[in-house]
Ligand binder design. Sequence first.
Ligand code: SF4
Length: 327
Amino acid sequence: MGFPKPWPTTWPDPGLDPESPEDEPAIDPGEVPIERPEDRIYAVTWAVTHVCNLGCNHCYDVVPDARRSLSTEHATSVIDRLSTAGIDFIAFSGGEPFLRKDILELMAHCRTLDMRIGARSNGTRIDRALAARLADLQTSVVGISFDGACARTHDAVRGPGAFEASLAGVKALAEVGVRTQIEVVLSLSNVNEALDFVRLGEAAGAAEVNFSALTPNGRGATQKNYLLSPELQQEMVAQLREAATQAAVSVTPNCAFEGPCVVNIEPHITCDGWVSPCYLSKTKMFNMLEIAPETFGSRLRATRNQYLDVCGRKAWRPRHKALAVVA
Ligand code: SF4
């Protein structure tokens, strides 16, 4: 899964030496002028509910402890605190964020604070009416997860009818002009369809197809037989980097697949307000409702180096050199 963002992510230049500090790739040099990640922490992904209508066998949002979603009042307070902390983009995720009854209210509150909003969804609940509301709210981007580029492979993971429902969600958003991002987690079960996902994105009117790789986190820990080998992962990076030069949609990598680690730079917030280093980490660093919002950035910078590559990607990206941050 990727991080839905209001800007395109890019492939690091393959000609750069990952061991050379001078050649450290910049991150997100897209249309929106953005400082280097160590200079500013401005985006979070927030799993506002743990509830989901699907039961994917690789879901990362699996925790050993019971978690209860925040009330509307407390969730609104989290948004206020994030705004005070300097965050200006929240990607609402889950679970399935559109199962939360007050999700549009929370998104609207962000907009009153002039924060940008996105969502990360399975797409099955997005019909024309919801798409129109998201357009009204000037939603920057909605990421929709696909596990297969056709009904057979997608539904094998997500259940009968899921492919058509997710595709309808992408099309509904595209029709009202909301930027959509197809999010793919590559594994041995779908790697043969990698280029088909790009075609799917083109045909459905998506703006971007973002690739990640299965990791042994969450339910993925039970799917180790489907992990890409380091060699296959590198081959797919090369194939998709090439596809990106030809495709009518943006074809981009998620950090777990290629590129700099954004741990603590794009932190994750759980449904009960705990801040984690990234969406693949279950570490509870601090609770958003218990800290002074002004300390949010400094807390994250102070511990970034200890969580780098917490997803375990060194196992499949042995050449990777992560960006370090001076606390
Ligand atoms: S540990 Fe770093 S590279 Fe891995 S998913 Fe988290 S932010 Fe991305």
